[in-house]
Structure formats: C-alpha cells, structure tokens
Design a protein around this ligand. Structure first.
Ligand code: ACO
Length: 428
C-alpha cells in the first residue's frame, strides 16, 4: 500500500501521497493541494522541493554520494573517458564498442562550425567574456541548424546532441583565440575529444600543441566530474526553458547563463581570485575566513558550501587527489595549491563552517588543476560548461520524452500594495 501523510487545514483532513525514490528518499506530493484547499506551498529557493522525478543522477548529500545512472563517480576515475560518460547520461546505458565508435564518428563529423557562425567571432570585442560568447553562440546555432529545432525522431536527437557536444569545444576554443587576438585553428579530425579542444586553443601555425597522456586523462576526469549534478541551478534552468518546448539550443544557452554566476559555476574563477589575493598579501587566510563569516557582507568563502552536500563533495575529493597526481607527474608547483590546502585545513577546524557543514565543493580545486594544465582563468567556467553539457542534454530529453511533462510555472505569495487608483502624471 502506498504511504500517505495527513495534513489538517481549516479543520479538514487532507491525504497527501508520499512518493519514494529508488534509494528510499521520500517526497510529499502536493501537486493537488491548491485545487483541494486553496493553499500553495512556499519554498523560495526550492531548497525543499523536488521539481521532477529523474532517472539520471543520484546524490546523497549527507553521505557524499554521487552516481550517474547508478554508477558511482569514483568508478570513472580509472581510464576516464568523457565521451563514454556523455553517452551513458544521455542514453541511460554505457555504450557498446560499436555505439561508442558511432558516437565518436558523429562527434568528429560535427566538430566544424558553420562559416557564418565562425565569422561572427570577428565582430566580438577582444575583451568579451567567453561565457557570454558561449551562451550567444549556442543560441545562434538555432539560426544555422534549423533542422534540429524539433527533435521528435531518435536520429535527429542524437545528431543534435552530438552537434552540441562537439561544437561547444570549437566555440570555446574560438572564444579563447579571440581573447588573445589570434586566428582560429580548425579542429583536427584525427584527435580525440580533449586533445582536439587543446589543439584548437593552443596550436599555432608553426607549432602543434601535443597533449600528454596525463593531461588528457585529467581533462577527461574534470569533464566527467562536472557532467551532471541533478537539479542544480543551470540544469533546473535548462529544464524550465525546455518545459515551454523551447528547442535544445536555446535551453542549453540558458543553462550557460545560469552557470556563469559566482555562486554556481563562476565560483571556480572566484576561488582563484581569492587565493591570488591571499598570495599577494592583500588578505591572510584568516582574514578571508573572518570576512566570509560576517553576516552583513556579501563575501563568501568561494569553493565551500553546497545546497545538497552536508559532507565532503565527492568530486572535490577526486579533484584534490588528481591535483596531487598531476602536479607530481608534471613536476610543477603552485603556491595557490599550498594556500588552498592551508585554507581548507583552517576551515575544517572552524566552528562556523563545522556547524553549518560547509566543506570544499567541486570548484575549490578545479581551477588550480585547470591552471596547472595551462588553462587561463577566464576559461574555467567555460570548461565547466563543456563538461556539464551532456547533463543538460540528458535532462532536456528526459523532460521532452515525459508524456506527463507540463510547463514550469511556479506560484508566488503576493505581498505588494493593495488595490489603488491610477493617478495622472500632473496630479502626482
Ligand atoms: N562562506 C560563508 N558562509 C557560507 C558559505 C560560504 N561559502 N556557504 C554557506 N554559508 C553559510 C550561509 O550564509 C548560511 O549561514 P546562516 O545559517 O548563518 O544564515 C549557512 O552557511 C547555510 O547556507 P546554505 O543555506 O546551506 O547555503 P545555500 O544552499 O543557500 O548556498 C551555496 C549554497 C550558494 C553553494 C553557498 O554555499 C555559497 O555561496 N558557496 C560559495 C560559492 C560556491 O562555491 N559556489 C559553488 C557551488 S558548487 C556548484 O555550483 C558547482
């Protein structure tokens, strides 16, 4: 028998069904509450609201567990393969070797940008933020590939997904080249996913960028760790935009905009800014912690805290270990890594952070790792977006294929002025 909760309101008993997820998490179904009682529920930042049922990603924030389609993320750390994980998230299963080969071919076939899109880069100011370019160019793909605005056949969907996953790399690299005032480098079909991105970013006519196996693995891992995170701000944005039946390009472009914010994906840039200030002597690690604790300050300790994790973010653990490994393999050091370690040590002992269960999140070590691999700070959040794209696509498709999906349209509690009269301008 299905579980129910009883709500007593205005002397009337209302039965509310309890929905139970695969891992036993319980959710109160209030979808008929307003029609039965006139009441809405109020949860301004949706911290207590499940907005959908999803089969893609499972998180247990208390235990620090993250699984993609049931597979713990720790299992992707040996021989990391981002393309395989992208397929897993979108299709639901790990690809067979034939499916993987086909998907790779589809990515290769779609890596070039339409020349019309490429020409647009020439008119963008050199100092333009790469996240603005990424969002605008993904949206513009709707102008150049109108055949993918409706995705009702499986073949069309797979091709649209491959187009996005492949071209996002090319767009990212072109935005970097633009910021450097350098000519674009076309993709090389003989290169794999991450190698091709770095080739387009860093090769110059007289010197081809050659990726090392260590860097290729680390990049695959970074993208995998960012690939999905259930109903985070950007994915919830993609689902909200997609709920109006907006096309996949427009929905993912909106996801990029949401990701850009410093409380979300933009935190990886803020972390480096914070660590740089400490290194330059602008503030000590202790000052930084003290500033983050002040209630009236907008300053936050970037790279710490999470809406869902009240324990270590499992992605941060893997990234920290990867940092140690890559620094040793590449025989490099970075004073920012030492500062980050010290900051983490202080934070984990500080009662303010301990009481609030604030631990390092995915953004704390990802920037240091990207820096070690030669990625400039203004491209950090773009790298996050490249990794997150398969997750956005998987969620867009899950919602698109759900016959019960309705437009997302929350309610509000109006607290503005009561009815009043319009006053003509000369009488005001
Ligand atoms: N520094 C200082 N205080 C913090 C921090 C922080 N980084 N994070 C949370 N807190 C405090 C809050 O002010 C609140 O204090 P209070 O109870 O005294 O009012 C308490 O901890 C609880 O905060 P939450 O309600 O759990 O925070 P919320 O879920 O609203 O926000 C967020 C989560 C945005 C990630 C927040 O922790 C934060 O701003 N972190 C820094 C930015 C960051 O690193 N973002 C990346 C997140 S991961 C990602 O998006 C990929």
């Amino acid at each position: 028998m299905s579980e129910k909760a009883i709500l007593v309101v205005d002397g009337q008993q209302i039965e509310l069904p309890i929905i139970t997820g695969t891992e036993g998490e319980r959710s109160l179904d209030i979808s008929n509450l307003r029609s039965r009682t006139g009441l809405t529920t109020c949860d301004p930042s949706l911290g207590n609201t499940a907005t959908c049922k999803s089969e893609i990603t499972f998180i247990d924030g208390e235990k620090g567990i993250l699984r993609y389609r049931g597979i713990p993320i720790e299992e992707f750390t040996e021989n990391p393969n981002f393309i395989e994980v992208a397929w897993l998230l979108i299709s639901g299963n790990l690809p067979s070797s034939e499916e993987l080969a086909e998907f790779r071919d589809l990515l290769t076939a779609n890596e070039l940008l339409h020349e019309g899109l490429r020409h647009q880069f020439q008119h963008i100011p050199v100092e333009a933020p790469p996240m603005a370019i990424l969002s605008a160019t993904l949206s513009n793909m709707a102008c150049f590939y109108p055949g993918f605005l409706s995705l009702d056949t499986p073949g069309t969907f797979n091709e649209a997904a491959a187009r996005l996953i492949s071209k996002v790399r090319t767009i990212a690299a072109y935005s970097y080249r633009r910021s450097q005032g350098l000519p674009v480098v076309y993709p090389d079909p003989s290169l794999r996913y991450c190698a091709n991105l770095l080739h387009m970013m860093f090769s110059i006519p007289y010197q081809q960028y050659v990726i090392t196996p260590e860097i290729e693995d680390a990049f695959n891992l970074i993208f995998i760790l960012h690939a999905d995170h259930e109903q985070n701000c950007s994915t919830a944005t993609v689902r909200t935009v997609g709920s109006s039946r907006a096309n996949l390009f427009a929905s993912c472009a909106a996801g990029v905009s949401a990701l850009w914010g410093p409380l979300h994906g933009g935190a990886n840039v803020e972390v480096i800014g914070m660590l740089e200030r400490i290194r330059a002597g602008g503030m000590s690690a202790e000052d930084c912690i003290a500033a983050a604790k002040q209630r009236d300050s907008k300053f936050r300790l970037f790279g710490f805290g999470h809406r869902v994790y009240k324990n270590y973010d499992p992605r941060a653990i893997i990234l920290q270990q990867t940092c140690d490994r890559v620094f040793t393999q590449l025989k490099i050091t970075d004073p920012l890594l030492d500062i980050a370690r010290k900051l983490e040590e202080l934070v984990l002992k500080d009662p303010y952070f301990v009481d609030r269960h604030l631990y390092p999140n995915v953004d704390f070590y990802s920037g240091i790792l990207l820096r070690a691999m030669g990625i400039p700070t203004n491209m950090f959040t773009v790298c996050f977006a490249i990794g997150r794209l398969p997750g956005w696509i998987a969620h867009w498709k899950e919602q698109h294929d759900d016959p019960g999906s309705r437009i997302t349209r929350p309610r509000q509690v109006y607290v503005g002025s009561g009815k009043r009269k319009y006053v003509p301008v000369e009488e005001r």
